[in-house]
Design a binder for this molecule. Structure first.
Ligand code: AP5
Length: 223
């Protein structure tokens, strides 16, 4: 069997656009690690590490964690041996300085990005998706009370945990703040990555399986 080239993907998009949902499927399809800076930060908050203590209030308010902390965390993560065949970044980079920092990290590893996938959905749909999102505090499985409810109310299909929770930052005022932060700091990454010729903008307002197919068709060597 021939070894395939590493695949390094960024998933960009507003809160609730479906990055985590698609990341899970893509990482299974390509057997690459899912690197979600949001998930890593939530683990730090839960464990009350130094980073977690610094990040907690910013996350609850819908603000970004400082770029230098994020870049240090990402550089440590990409040194792990499981990234040998690539990785998928979900929610990183989120600012132009983070994208510049990522370029420097990749240069040090003599690696390059293969695809930047930007998911797009109208704001009113983002708001309704986040209002209906619930997750399992035990295994991290994500549900949507409208389109993807658990089989048994409030019980995780995957691990059987009772008591699905709403994320602290999914409260309406915080979601509004997160959206503003997205348009101000993260959306400019579209212009940053456009000249690379590896940016793919995908309409993510459709069933999860259709969005997945559209991403797969856009990825290099998959059409
Ligand atoms: P993070 O955890 O990255 O949150 P986010 O980017 O705001 O994204 P979400 O996790 O809210 O949404 P998603 O796009 O993954 O959607 P999902 O698939 O769950 O970051 C949280 C915080 O951490 C930030 O605010 C910041 O403070 C900090 N942070 C993280 N990274 C940082 C960085 N790099 N720099 C600085 N700070 C950072 O889907 C949402 C819902 O919709 C679910 O219920 C799902 O079931 C449903 N759904 C998904 N797809 C579909 C579909 N196609 N149709 C219908 N429903 C769907």
């Amino acid at each position: 069997m021939t070894e395939r080239e590493p695949l390094r993907i960024i998933l960009l998009g507003a809160p609730g656009v479906g990055k985590g949902t698609q990341a899970k499927r893509l990482c299974e399809a390509f057997a690459i690690p899912h690197i979600s800076t949001g998930d890593i930060l939530r683990q730090h908050v839960q464990q009350q590490t130094e980073l977690g203590k610094q990040a907690e209030s910013l996350m609850t308010e819908g603000q970004l964690v400082p770029d230098d902390l994020i870049l240090a965390l990402v550089e440590e993560r990409v040194k792990e041996p499981d990234t040998a065949h690539g990785f998928l970044f979900d929610g990183f980079p989120r600012t132009v300085p983070q994208a510049l920092g990522l370029d420097a990290i990749l240069d040090r590893f003599e690696a390059r990005l293969d695809a930047i996938v930007a998911l797009n959905v109208k704001d009113n749909i983002l708001l309704s998706r986040l209002a209906a999102r619930r997750s399992c505090p035990e295994c991290g499985s994500v549900y949507n009370l409208v389109v993807h409810p658990p089989q048994s109310m409030d019980v995780c299909d995957h691990c059987g945990h009772h008591g699905l929770v709403r994320r602290d930052d999914d409260k309406p005022d915080t979601v509004k703040e997160r959206l503003e932060v997205y348009y101000h700091h993260t959306r400019p990454l579209i212009s940053y990555y456009l000249p690379t010729g590896r940016l793919h903008e995908i309409d993510a307002d459709g069933p999860v399986a259709d969005v997945f197919d559209a991403i797969m068709a856009a990825l290099p060597g998959q059409a």
